[in-house]
Design a protein around this ligand. Sequence first.
Ligand SMILES: *[C@@H]1O[C@H](CO)[C@@H](O)[C@H](O)[C@H]1NC(C)=O
Ligand SMILES: *[C@@H]1O[C@H](CO)[C@@H](O)[C@H](O)[C@H]1NC(C)=O
Ligand SMILES: *[C@@H]1O[C@H](CO)[C@@H](O)[C@H](O)[C@H]1NC(C)=O
Ligand SMILES: *[C@@H]1O[C@H](CO)[C@@H](O)[C@H](O)[C@H]1NC(C)=O
Ligand SMILES: *[C@@H]1O[C@H](CO)[C@@H](O)[C@H](O)[C@H]1NC(C)=O
Ligand SMILES: *[C@@H]1O[C@H](CO)[C@@H](O)[C@H](O)[C@H]1NC(C)=O
Ligand SMILES: *[C@@H]1O[C@H](CO)[C@@H](O)[C@H](O)[C@H]1NC(C)=O
Ligand SMILES: *[C@@H]1O[C@H](CO)[C@@H](O)[C@H](O)[C@H]1NC(C)=O
Ligand SMILES: *[C@@H]1O[C@H](CO)[C@@H](O)[C@H](O)[C@H]1NC(C)=O
Ligand SMILES: *[C@@H]1O[C@H](CO)[C@@H](O)[C@H](O)[C@H]1NC(C)=O
Length: 805
Amino acid sequence: MALFLLLLSFSLIISSSAAADTITTNQSISGDQTLTSKDQNFVLGFFKPGNSSNYYIGIWYKKVTTIPPTVAWVANRQTHVSDHFNSELKIIDGNLVLLNQEKVQIWSTGVNISSSTSSNHSAVLGDDGNLVLRNGLGQNIWQSFDFPAHTWLPGARLAYDNKTGTKKLLTSWKSNEDPAEGLFSLELDPIGKQYLIKWNKSTQYWTSGSWDETNKLFSLVPEMRLNYIYNFSYVSNENESYFEYSLYNPALISRFIMDVSGQVKQMSWLDATQQWNLFWSQPRQQCEVYDYCGAFGSCRESGLPFCNCLTGFTPRSQSDWDLNDFAGGCVRKTDLQCGRTSEKYGFLKISSSRGDDHPNSTSLAAASAGECESLCLNDCTCNAYSYDNGCSIWTRELLNLSEDSNEITINVKVAARDLPSEKKNNKVIIGAVVGSVIGVVLLVGFIWFLMYRNKRRYAGKTAVEGSLVSFVYRDLQTATKNFSEKLGGGGFGSVFKGTLPDLSVVAVKKLESVTQGEKQFRTEVSTIGTIQHVNLVRLRGFCSEGNSKLLVYDYMPNGSLDAHLFSTKKLLDWKTRYQIALGTARGLVYLHEKCRDCIIHCDIKPENVLLDADLCPKVADFGLAKLVGRDFSRVLTTMRGTRGYLAPEWLSGVAITTKADVYSYGMMIFEFISGTRNSEQSEDGKHKFFPMRVANTLIDGGDLLTLLDPRLCGEASLEELTKLCKVACWCIQDDEENRPSMSQVEQILDGLLDVNMPPKPRSLQLFVDNGDDVVFFTESSTSQTSQTHSNPSSHVSQAKSAASV
Ligand SMILES: *[C@@H]1O[C@H](CO)[C@@H](O)[C@H](O)[C@H]1NC(C)=O
Ligand SMILES: *[C@@H]1O[C@H](CO)[C@@H](O)[C@H](O)[C@H]1NC(C)=O
Ligand SMILES: *[C@@H]1O[C@H](CO)[C@@H](O)[C@H](O)[C@H]1NC(C)=O
Ligand SMILES: *[C@@H]1O[C@H](CO)[C@@H](O)[C@H](O)[C@H]1NC(C)=O
Ligand SMILES: *[C@@H]1O[C@H](CO)[C@@H](O)[C@H](O)[C@H]1NC(C)=O
Ligand SMILES: *[C@@H]1O[C@H](CO)[C@@H](O)[C@H](O)[C@H]1NC(C)=O
Ligand SMILES: *[C@@H]1O[C@H](CO)[C@@H](O)[C@H](O)[C@H]1NC(C)=O
Ligand SMILES: *[C@@H]1O[C@H](CO)[C@@H](O)[C@H](O)[C@H]1NC(C)=O
Ligand SMILES: *[C@@H]1O[C@H](CO)[C@@H](O)[C@H](O)[C@H]1NC(C)=O
Ligand SMILES: *[C@@H]1O[C@H](CO)[C@@H](O)[C@H](O)[C@H]1NC(C)=O
């Protein structure tokens, strides 16, 4: 018992000493000992990144529970220790130094110490994550904030020193298991007042755009307007120029990192999910990171892994590659052998972006592609050639290759035996011929069998293109009982219910006035067919016979959202409405950001959100805008009884972006709140435009519950209601740049991102009510263009003509 008490008190002493935030001259840190900052924000000690067995001195977040801990700063980035129990962090001659297991100094704060004050130095870990070395007079002589690793902490400066011309950079880790400096860094450009990301400190591949002091944002990062999480400020004087930032909400744990992926990322720690939530990252696409896959590696955006070696190449270091450290790139499986002729070479044809590292010798005297090829073949330093109105030769390695682009065709020299489908000798050829004859016979038999089986089982289906079924018109006619059961109509055509021979129920859409040719139609449709998401209606097949163009979709038993929102019979409770808002946002995020080619829906409204048996929302009609061509006057004129889900840019004729969908989405959200069309708000016999009321109530701090659909009897979460009101107001901002992206909307509704009070949308001025009349102001006209209607249903086309005056 006594022994137990002794042990207990001993361990108490240990832990209390470990909780200190300071090392003084005669103390050291070894093994699992740590320093903890005063308010328990940060911890300093030895850590092991990922599955590595190497130890480093680092500072990590105490309140963040990830395993391994989330490290914000590393002292000995380049040199690890392997036995942390026999390594020591201590102050020697006034400097903080790290001695490894052999007592060799591998890291030091490296300050020139005048001997007079060296006796009583100390190092203190602050609650901001800054490790400060102080001299006997209490002056700071060194701080970790001046030597950032990959994390930019609030309060730290990413600076340019005007006296020495040096920069403080954020540099990525080499891999998740190695904190050594990687190839990607974020630095300040003091002239342009902007941040740049560079590869190997030389090739720039991203910029924040210059700092806009009035709006407090970087010109190419307009989304900073929406989520006020970081309060950036810019300082410039004769000594230095720098940015620093603070958090508007000091209780939030948030970090800004230069990630191993070559992207800068901003993340916040969410206690609720115990996870880091990424809310911003740039460049958006992985393959926009310069040379992410290394020499002879090729990047592709769709489908993991992002990086693959070209055919005939293999990773330079398989172990690095396995850790997603692609910087080493790839090497030929068979080296180019200079001077020796026994090795035969061929060329691998690849397409890439023109942005690829340039050939370093061009326009050689080669009159044809063949001559260019033989030039490369006969030059043993030639890695690749390209013939495009001239012969280009690469003698250096090929960098920044991308599979997603085909701007340029490059022929890469590879040993013949590493190229695919190489005829080795006659025996093999004969074998292959016999083999393929047998194969073809079997294949034909199998296809015949499949067709026969399908014909019996599934009369409606005739052929399969990708994942899509190509239907025969006659069969769809039968399935829909000659198009007798109409489900609805829309801007693109009418929809009918049908039952296929396998008894599955479908919705068949008869497209009107498809402007595209047959081939383009099929291409477009098969693109739509590849898009699958739980919040998007699935396209099952199509029919294209002459002028008849039909699309076959999954049938949604609960019909479209308008029937639920605006009908007196069915009532969607608040929770369901919120879930529908979230699900619709997710569907749109997928269309806007996750597909290979971004898809703008162009016609978001309750009619185009369908509900399945469980009231899960599915966005319908996506991709059709492209199918029927870009003439949207039709869409405009067929929007009956609705007061516009259309963003102002539709009327002004500028190019439409995904932000047009965001606007329409916002307009729809107002209707989720009110349960009535925005156009049909009526109060005391007067029309009052609902979005305007929401904006006013929000900004004046009024009671939002008064805005709620009265049928809900106040049954709604005020927090969710506030969120929806704010999001909706942000979505309908006049300036596209002020509108959030759909993924930000999703994050806000998910509770992952806070949202600020929106400014009053100027576009609402377009809809100022004037008794029963509607007055329009167009952006371009200085004088007011007013038009009087007694019938709001005609306003959209009227607005169009007003704008085109
Ligand atoms: C450190 O230890 C030495 C010898 O034990 C002692 O002379 C010195 O005063 C100590 N310094 C501090 C700051 O405690
Ligand atoms: C460590 O290795 C395990 C098993 O190989 C793997 O599942 C895990 O993801 C690795 N952890 C990290 C951080 O790489
Ligand atoms: C320290 O002092 C030495 C000699 O005076 C000088 O060469 C060196 O540059 C100084 N180092 C730093 C970091 O100031
Ligand atoms: C060392 O400095 C601290 C304050 O910085 C002071 O409290 C302490 O008395 C000093 N110790 C010695 C031995 O000078
Ligand atoms: C990065 O640049 C340095 C010199 O500026 C060069 O020696 C090194 O090879 C470069 N790294 C890569 C991966 O190209
Ligand atoms: C933003 O930062 C600046 C400079 O640090 C400070 O003056 C200002 O009060 C901060 N704004 C808010 C809202 O915290
Ligand atoms: C940097 O220093 C130079 C002279 O050393 C001065 O001309 C210049 O104005 C300074 N830059 C800033 C931003 O103060
Ligand atoms: C610039 O540095 C000098 C010398 O270190 C210092 O005296 C001056 O106050 C600094 N200027 C500013 C604006 O910090
Ligand atoms: C690297 O490739 C990407 C994607 O193909 C391209 O957008 C970019 O411009 C290229 N970068 C450079 C510096 O060539
Ligand atoms: C191309 O680059 C390689 C490697 O950098 C160099 O050895 C060669 O001389 C260059 N060729 C020309 C024509 O510039």
